[in-house]
Design a protein around this ligand. Structure first.
Ligand SMILES: Nc1ncnc2c1ncn2[C@@H]1O[C@H](COP(=O)(O)OP(=O)(O)OP(=O)(O)O)[C@@H](O)[C@H]1O
Length: 256
């Protein structure tokens, strides 16, 4: 595949003696928005953490941005991969601007460059209002904090962004707004690759250019949302998507 940015070749992962992932193979192109869907414990987070070296494969090869992770400097690697998680992890004693500037500061950027970057990122995530910059995380809603988390992950302009269920603690309306915004953001940020883990089938189908469906540490199907719906490759995928239809039927019936 030309323009490949993430490649897993025969990747296996064991925790102690328990095999979680036995033989994972896939390739992602630069600029794709990938969503990863699967039941609890299917290995989604483990797969995501192997991309930024937070977990190491027991065997197999992982190539990220042309570099085999076996030989990579992991600290350097992580600076080029944004990471957004559900718990956000903003520093409570730092202002929003300071939270976004953590990595740029570590990298020794000038204050001018930091200020410009923070202003631009606050605009990108819809927090351009002057009151946000000097506020503290506790003064923001959950959805606003999650936006700061996205801005912080974008601070060094990384080519790859990893998202691990970033919206799962938010109410349905905030979540839907953020999904729409994230989709627009991805479109506007030319060629950034997003890898987004979720439990939510609708979220996965809405956001993903391709959806990776995992079960028991294996890929059941890795395909466009349209193909998953029209041509489910396995019974598992068919059952999973069937739940969407069942919910729809239930509500239609309910509203009769
Ligand atoms: N550090 C660890 N030590 C031991 N076992 C682990 C560790 N991390 C994950 N596991 C196990 O590996 C399996 C896969 O976990 P993982 O978090 O990747 O799944 P997941 O698909 O992301 O699940 P969820 O949707 O519930 O977050 C689970 O059975 C989990 O208990």
């Amino acid at each position: 595949m030309s323009n490949s940015i993430i490649k897993f070749k025969h990747v296996a992962k064991k925790y102690d003696k328990k095999e979680i992932i036995s033989d994972l193979n896939f390739e992602i192109k630069k600029g794709e928005f990938i969503t990863v869907l699967g039941s609890s414990g299917s290995g989604k987070t483990t797969t995501l953490k192997m991309i930024n070296g937070l977990e190491k494969p027991t065997s197999g090869e992982i190539i990220v941005n042309g570099e085999n992770l076996k030989n990579a400097n992991l600290v350097n690697l992580r600076r080029h991969i944004g990471y957004v998680v559900q718990s956000i992890g903003l520093f409570p004693h730092m202002t929003i601007a300071q939270n976004i500037a953590v990595t740029p500061k570590l990298l020794g950027w000038s204050q001018d460059k930091i200020d410009q970057t923070v202003s631009k990122l606050l605009e990108v995530v819809g927090l351009e209002d002057a009151r946000f910059k000097d506020a503290y995380p506790s003064q923001l809603s959950g959805g606003q904090q999650q936006r700061v988390g996205v801005a912080r992950a974008l601070s060094t302009n990384p080519p790859i962004m990893l998202f691990d269920e970033p919206f799962s603690a938010l109410d349905a309306i905030t979540r839907q707004n953020l999904q729409q915004e994230l989709k627009t953001l991805h479109k506007n940020l030319n060629d950034k690759t997003f890898f987004f883990v979720t439990h939510d089938i609708n979220e996965a189908l809405f956001l993903g250019d391709r959806v990776m469906v995992m079960n028991n540490g294996m890929i059941e199907q890795f395909d466009t949302p349209e193909n998953l719906i029209d041509h489910p490759a396995t019974q598992y995928v068919s059952d999973l998507l069937g739940t969407v239809q069942q919910n729809k039927n239930l509500w239609e019936h309910f509203n009769d």
